[in-house]
Design a protein around this ligand. Structure first.
Ligand SMILES: [Mn+2]
Length: 136
């Protein structure tokens, strides 16, 4: 089960983007994944969850060596779980400057674009896959 998470002190992007990408992995790529949060969502993010009837993702305090992780809305180790470099980071999708310091076990897809939010990048990445997705 892949864990998808954003930065500590989750804002709307760090709450919504893990939900979007975990949905994409589960429903379109048929790869088990779940969104998780590093802390309680802020006021706006909590409102978003309520407004759209979304379950609040589980809050995690760290990751383990056998965790597969997708990091979204950050790439900065200071905003990531303490043990991030022990875990297996399999993808990074972000719209912040490259901070450096995250280690991977193998080459991975890293998408960093200077756009308004991570969800915008995901809309682009998912794009054509959605058009060919089955209805429902
Ligand atoms: Mn953010």
């Amino acid at each position: 089960m892949i864990k998808v998470f954003g930065h500590t002190a989750p804002d709307t992007d760090s709450t919504g983007s893990p939900i979007i990408w975990a949905w994409y992995l589960n429903e379109i790529r048929k790869t088990p994944a779940k969104p998780v949060l590093q802390g309680e969502p802020n006021t706006e993010a909590a409102w978003m969850l309520e407004r759209w009837g979304l379950d609040k993702p589980e809050i995690i305090s760290d990751v383990a060596a056998d965790d597969k992780c997708v990091i979204v809305d950050t790439n900065n180790p200071a905003e990531l779980p303490a043990s991030i470099n022990e875990a297996e980071v399999i993808e990074i999708i972000d719209h912040h400057m490259l901070a450096g310091g995250v280690k991977t076990r193998a080459p991975i897809n890293i998408t960093i674009r200077p756009l308004a939010c991570t969800a915008t990048i995901m809309h682009d990445l998912i794009g054509e896959d959605l058009e060919s997705a089955p209805e429902g």
